[in-house]
Design a protein around this ligand. Structure first.
Ligand code: SF4
Ligand code: SF4
Length: 217
């Protein structure tokens, strides 16, 4: 599974870098490298672009896993080049951007948009698999998430609009409930559909502010 990212429009990046003359660039060696959004090649391309725009790049690095707490060590090891920068441009998912913000006293800006947690279906094709809703229903849905895979996030069966196994919003998108029903059928668990999923408690979702959890040691 990867955190799926996409480059922000250049105009947006350019606008918030406006007050910064000297920029330090950070990429990520994990998801962003695999997605070609924030690996070494993209970081070097960004460096060239910033220089072409008249900026000074005081340094760059690709942190093995930017969202990791080891990001602090990477920042410390490159403290000199970071010190001379006006800001830091991070080419990783939002987790990496927030990790850099946590350990850096400089303004930190994202170069990427973070889209979703996804799986690579075929080379270069990623599909969302989880929205981290905090109350997983996969036990009743044959391991296929209706929250993200169904266009209406239906939890108690299909809407009735699918055609030949495809979602009514597009003939290119499989109906999530068709997938669920097919798999339940293969598993001999179609009776699972007779259990009504009760009204959902959205209290576990992100709508109440940042979620926290304590894992007992
Ligand atoms: S039900 Fe929630 S936790 Fe489970 S896969 Fe779907 S979004 Fe993720
Ligand atoms: S056609 Fe299937 S996937 Fe699309 S909204 Fe209806 S139940 Fe959900």
């Amino acid at each position: 599974m990867l955190t799926i990212t996409r480059a922000k429009p250049w105009e947006e990046v350019s606008e918030y870098l406006n007050p910064c003359q000297r920029v330090y660039i950070i990429g990520c060696g994990t998801c962003a490298t695999m997605l070609h959004t924030g690996g070494k090649s993209e970081v070097l391309a960004m460096k060239d672009r910033l220089i072409a725009e008249g900026k000074e790049v005081t340094g760059w690095m690709v942190i093995p896993t930017a969202c990791d707490s080891l990001t602090r060590d990477a920042l410390n090891e490159n403290a000199e080049a970071l010190k001379t920068a006006d800001c830091v441009l991070v080419m990783s998912c939002a987790f990496g951007v927030q990790a850099v913000s946590l350990y850096s006293s400089k303004p930190v800006y994202p170069a990427l948009n973070t889209l979703f947690i996804g799986r690579e279906e075929s080379p270069g094709h990623f599909v969302e698999v989880c929205a981290q809703c905090g109350s997983c229903v996969l036990a009743h849905t044959a391991g296929i998430c209706p929250l993200v895979r169904c266009a209406k996030s239906l939890l108690n069966g299909p809407c009735g609009g699918s055609v030949k196994g495809k979602c009514e919003i597009s003939p290119d998108i499989p109906c999530a409930w068709q997938l669920i029903i097919d798999r339940l059928s293969t598993l001999g668990q179609l009776n699972q559909l007779e259990e009504i999923e009760p009204p959902r408690d959205w209290g576990t979702s992100h709508s109440g502010g940042p979620r926290r959890i304590v894992i007992e040691g």
